[in-house]
Design a protein around this ligand. Structure first.
Ligand SMILES: Nc1ncnc2c1ncn2[C@@H]1O[C@H](COP(=O)(O)OP(=O)(O)OP(=O)(O)O)[C@@H](O)[C@H]1O
Length: 299
């Protein structure tokens, strides 16, 4: 492409071309966000790897691999649509909800949102208090703390709650005999979003025989998302936590608190810290200047 043809292309560039580019950029942004957030995203990443292998095999003229992947890719698109059907349906549904659009644009990393620090801190205190109480009274409980993976599919399986997290509400939810005590409570942005939710069960064969479906559900959600899940055993009162497909056991109130704060409340980065300190120093200097000025005027 010569310089002249590039200049010629720019000369014919119209407003509608800009709109064209913006729409494609928006679609790619949404697609990347979708791949990043949802459980189906893991599958999409796998599909991308298969496509990359196919391209390399094609370039290197590897006939058997190319033939095999060719046959796979022919049905691949249809398979992806079938596999992602619930996600695609929900994504289309959400496109009609303008508040969700704004949310996506301004909240790239929801659990990392520093403005939610306070909400998460009080939620964690309440969760730890409740876990200790449940452990003492041998009350079964399952609590999921949402991070970046969107758990709205799971939330839909339960009953909406939308309440602040406190000991009383958690105690009521998991009180045996209430309709919501079966299933999991989902905490989103430091608030209880829903209760009585059904989680995917883990197939992990290493899970001890003493652990039944509550613990499998706890591990299952941690295998299928980046959420943190806490389970209190009705039989033994043991408090466990699952993260990234690993179940850790024997927490007490303090160790649970330390771990949850570590996982859920983002630490200030050095630049954020220095920026905050910079503003503090500037504020102090301004205050000193005002005080000095007042003293000068009085003299
Ligand atoms: N898929 C699921 N999602 C959420 N909760 C579930 C799911 N499956 C089971 N549960 C919860 O687990 C309870 C059954 O627990 P079960 O005794 O089988 O498990 P457990 O791991 O041995 O727990 P515990 O030690 O508390 O007895 C159900 O009453 C329900 O509340």
């Amino acid at each position: 492409m010569t310089l002249n043809s590039i200049v010629a292309n720019f000369q014919t560039f119209k407003l509608v071309d800009l709109l064209d580019i913006l729409i494609i950029a928006f679609l790619i942004y949404q697609l990347l966000g979708f791949v990043n957030r949802t459980r189906a995203g893991q599958l999409a990443k796998g599909a991308l790897i298969v496509m990359a292998v196919y391209l390399v095999a094609n370039i290197l003229n590897m006939r058997t691999v190319t033939w095999l992947l060719n046959s796979l890719l022919q049905v691949g698109l249809l398979t992806l649509v079938v596999l992602f059907q619930p996600e695609i349906r929900r994504a289309l549904e959400r496109m009609g909800q303008t508040d969700q659009w704004a949310y996506r644009f301004f909240n790239k990393n929801r659990y990392n949102d520093t403005s939610l620090k306070g909400a998460w801190r009080s939620a964690i205190i309440a969760i730890c208090d409740a876990a200790e109480r449940f452990s003492e009274t041998k009350t079964g409980a399952l609590i999921v703390l949402e991070r970046n993976t969107n758990l709205s599919e799971i939330v839909r399986t339960g009953t909406p709650v939308n309440s602040a997290v406190n000991l009383e509400v958690l105690g009521t939810i998991f009180y045996e005999g209430t309709p919501l005590h079966d299933g999991a409570a989902i905490i989103e942005n430091g608030r209880i979003k829903a209760a009585g939710c059904v989680l995917p069960l883990s197939n992990n064969l290493d899970l001890g025989k003493d652990m039944g479906t509550r613990h499998r559900a706890c591990l299952g959600i941690a295998e299928n998302s980046d959420a943190i899940a806490i389970v209190v055993s009705e039989e033994t009162g043991i408090i466990s936590m699952a993260k990234n497909g690993v179940l850790m056991r024997h927490f007490d109130r303090q160790t649970l608190y330390t771990r949850l704060v570590d996982e859920m409340i983002p630490k200030e980065t050095a630049s954020e810290k220095s920026a905050a300190e910079g503003w503090k120093a500037r504020g102090k200097r301004l205050l000193n200047w005002v005080n000095n000025k007042e003293e000068d005027e009085q003299q």
